[in-house]
Design a protein around this ligand. Sequence first.
Ligand SMILES: Cc1cc2nc3c(=O)[nH]c(=O)nc-3n(C[C@H](O)[C@H](O)[C@H](O)COP(=O)(O)OP(=O)(O)OC[C@H]3O[C@@H](n4cnc5c(N)ncnc54)[C@H](O)[C@@H]3O)c2cc1C
Length: 430
Amino acid sequence: MTSDQRVVVIGGGLAGLRLAQRLGPAAAVTVLGEETRAPYNRVLLAEVLAGRYAPEVTALPAPGPALRRGVRAVRIDRTDRTVLCDDGTVAQYDTLVLATGSNAVLPPLRGLFEPQGRDLPDGVHAFRTMDDCLALSAALRPGVRAVVIGGGLLGVSAARALAARGAQVVLAQQGERLMERQLDAEASALLHTHLTSLGVEIHTECRVRGLRIQPTGGPGAAPPAGQARPAGQARPATRGGTRKVTGVELADGYRLEADLVVLACGVRPRTGLARAAGLDVRTGIVVDDHLRTGDPHIHAIGDCAEHAGQVYGLAGAALEQADVLAAVLTGGPATYTGTRALTRLTLGGTENASLDLAAFGETTALPGDDVVRLADATRRTYRKVVLRGDRLVGGVLLGELSTVGALARTWEGGEAPHDLFHLLTDDGGH
Ligand SMILES: Cc1cc2nc3c(=O)[nH]c(=O)nc-3n(C[C@H](O)[C@H](O)[C@H](O)COP(=O)(O)OP(=O)(O)OC[C@H]3O[C@@H](n4cnc5c(N)ncnc54)[C@H](O)[C@@H]3O)c2cc1C
């Protein structure tokens, strides 16, 4: 890439801005970002919701004039190498980078949308953007009844934050246990106990099938139950103001009263632009080891990209992909071989009531794997590692994370641990 080659990045989130920063101010980079707010790190949104951080604390390094805020890319023309924006402008590129992130999944709940409508009822919130976070925060008052749908990383973070703000929180998890993707059964059970101690009522194997809606007047006021919207439609929902949520209906017919409902049912890569431009899209936009799509002028990084069948949806992977792509574009020998992603979470408002957790790799053993566990019920700590042959393939730590750095380095390096007991009980001075 020469300094006069135009790089256009679609998406001013973690991945897009990291790439612009790595390419440096001398490069001819334009970042198109549809959000009007100053760029922020969405990993910290739960802390903003919990009232622990002011929104400014989440600010990403200022990208300068490279970022065009409030501008959405609406079409890619691969023949002319242009991007059409919603303000009518056209950006010409030599290299285009898709860093469009993901959307919150809106589940097919009865009553979520009106027929042909796209407005979320009042009181129903996704949890993906700073706007979502501030709208939820503004709706909070002590004693407000909130139902969080989803018991993964997002749902657990949201439930903890809402409880810290004095809401009465019910978490409805369709699966058997919390954070199934990251934690083994024992760690999930400890997390369950911890959240319960913070005042969150948890229902597992609990499917929400619909919302109870009350019309609030105005044009187009809805009947109590509207038509389900198929999951996975990426179009962002808006707010209509003519319908209000009053509760949720569970699959077993039970009803829960609710003033607020948080949709934390996962995310789906934003791939609409790529698909419309004829690029290969499976779950995410398919890229090779140079983070390149089938079109040599177009790359994809972050939550929207799929590499070797993997869509990560994690900050660490988004940053690593941006770093590798910066090296690729500046002529380096870099290749991307995947990210060994570590999940970390702190749950709790005060020091005493706090629970730290970290998980990496495969936390549930396969037949033939060795497992080493250390549990201390009094100190509420739990450490477990999974070994395959002499390799560390995964681990989970709750309550006491001093050893996580050393363990994760061993796992990332694919090394055989020399002294496992030492690794589990001591951070080796790091
Ligand atoms: C509440 C919450 C907590 C999280 N916690 C963790 C955590 O603890 N650990 C972890 O590893 N990860 C966590 N994540 C995930 C992490 O935030 C993402 O993996 C990361 O932000 C991905 O970066 P990205 O740049 O690919 O996407 P994003 O940060 O989503 O940025 C994409 C940007 O592109 C913009 N965009 C999309 N389409 C267009 C278009 N057509 N034109 C212009 N702009 C467009 C979007 O508006 C958005 O600003 C969390 C996410 C959330 C929401």
